[in-house]
Design a binder for this molecule. Structure first.
Ligand SMILES: *[C@@H]1O[C@H](CO)[C@@H](O)[C@H](O)[C@H]1NC(C)=O
Ligand SMILES: *[C@@H]1O[C@H](CO)[C@@H](O)[C@H](O)[C@H]1NC(C)=O
Ligand SMILES: *[C@@H]1O[C@H](CO)[C@@H](O)[C@H](O)[C@H]1NC(C)=O
Ligand SMILES: *[C@@H]1O[C@H](CO)[C@@H](O)[C@H](O)[C@H]1NC(C)=O
Ligand SMILES: *[C@@H]1O[C@H](CO)[C@@H](O)[C@H](O)[C@H]1NC(C)=O
Ligand SMILES: *[C@@H]1O[C@H](CO)[C@@H](O)[C@H](O)[C@H]1NC(C)=O
Length: 293
């Protein structure tokens, strides 16, 4: 499921003025909860990245990113002194515990502007029962070679070149390259001659050292093998009704789409206003399309 949002900015001069006043007073636009809950396992390092930072990247100079739990007024410290810290704008927890589950608020600000968004985190006990809750779905078409990707590792890998990944199929380690699996030590596993039997659960794992301790980082992948003739017709789930809004307020309209057997990279999503693309209909940027999630 993917979300595309249209953000309709404040309309009147009055609203803009009061907003600048609010930023000066330390207040901040709240963009709401990010739709994707982060599922992680206990005992492993985790990194939460700030969802709205994407929008800031072009203007990233002098940006201050802070994190706090929604039930705490105190920001997470910027130093690596405790188990929980903020580094390069991301929230690090090494290692995670179930008590870390909750709502976290990321605030991004510069001298003139500020916005924030909340992220839901759920940390599970590491058991076989939790695996189906924490898997990443991936799809490879039948009768081709395809890649499985060990996801969400970039913060842990950085520019390290010595990273070794261990791949497992149904908990059985893939020990060396063979006709079926290639690059069994890399972040991308090549699957040859893909057949329906290749579908199922895969795990990839790496170790991460922090303050003299080694931690495992594991990712579970559920591979679906897609028959070539499967239809991929996306379905818009919402919105279907007329949306009400009050004059002068900010409005976000999420668009939820079910892709079925479709793949992210082969599906296009866009908004139109009266059969006109949003960027053509609203040159001033008052109405903009959000990132696809
Ligand atoms: C970021 O903002 C927080 C809260 O306003 C402040 O305490 C901190 O010093 C700022 N950090 C930097 C690097 O500007
Ligand atoms: C924090 O978020 C949770 C939902 O994750 C909510 O139940 C709780 O009321 C929030 N607490 C505060 C202080 O906002
Ligand atoms: C602050 O960020 C906003 C939004 O990205 C940008 O338009 C503005 O130019 C930035 N201001 C400064 C002083 O960097
Ligand atoms: C691909 O796999 C099928 C059965 O899974 C087998 O019959 C066929 O010979 C394999 N082809 C190659 C090129 O390995
Ligand atoms: C990491 O995984 C390896 C292999 O499964 C295991 O032997 C080791 O005990 C694990 N280490 C930790 C800290 O969980
Ligand atoms: C869409 O069409 C209606 C009716 O013709 C018009 O009132 C409205 O301004 C149009 N909106 C945009 C964004 O072009």
């Amino acid at each position: 499921m993917f979300l595309l949002s249209v953000l309709i900015m404040g309309m009147s001069t009055f609203a803009v003025q009061s907003e600048e006043h609010m930023v000066a007073a330390g207040s901040c636009r709240f963009y709401g909860r990010h739709p994707k809950t982060r599922f992680k396992v206990e005992g492993e390092p985790l990194v939460l990245t700030c969802p709205q930072v994407l929008h800031w990247e072009s203007t990233s100079a002098h940006v201050n990113v802070t994190w706090r739990r929604n039930d705490s007024a105190v920001a997470v410290p910027g130093e690596e002194e405790s188990r929980v810290w903020v580094q390069d704008g991301a929230l690090w927890i090494v290692p995670a515990s179930q008590a870390d589950s909750g709502t976290y608020i990321c605030t991004v600000r510069n001298a003139s502007y500020c916005d924030k968004m909340s992220v839901e985190l759920r940390v599970f006990e590491k058991t076989d029962a939790s695996v189906p809750l924490i898997f990443y779905p991936q799809i490879i078409p039948l009768s081709a070679s395809g890649l499985l990707v060990c996801p969400d590792l970039s913060e842990f890998i950085g520019n390290r070149t010595d990273v070794r990944i261990q791949w497992y199929k149904d908990s059985v380690p893939l020990d060396q390259d063979n006709q079926k699996f290639l690059n069994v030590r890399g972040t991308r596993l090549l699957v040859n001659n893909v057949s329906m039997e290749d579908a199922g659960y895969y795990t990839c794992a790496m170790t991460y050292a922090h303050k003299g301790r080694q931690y495992n980082i594991t990712r579970n992948i559920k591979l679906r093998v897609k028959k070539r003739d499967e239809e991929t017709i996306p379905v818009i789930i919402s919105p279907h009704q007329t949306i009400s809004a009050s004059l002068g307020s900010r409005l976000t309209i999420p668009c939820k789409v079910f892709l079925g057997a479709g793949i992210h990279t082969t599906t296009l999503l866009w908004w139109m206003a009266n059969d006109t693309f949003i960027e053509d209909a609203y040159h001033g940027g008052r109405v903009t399309e959000g990132e696809r999630q």
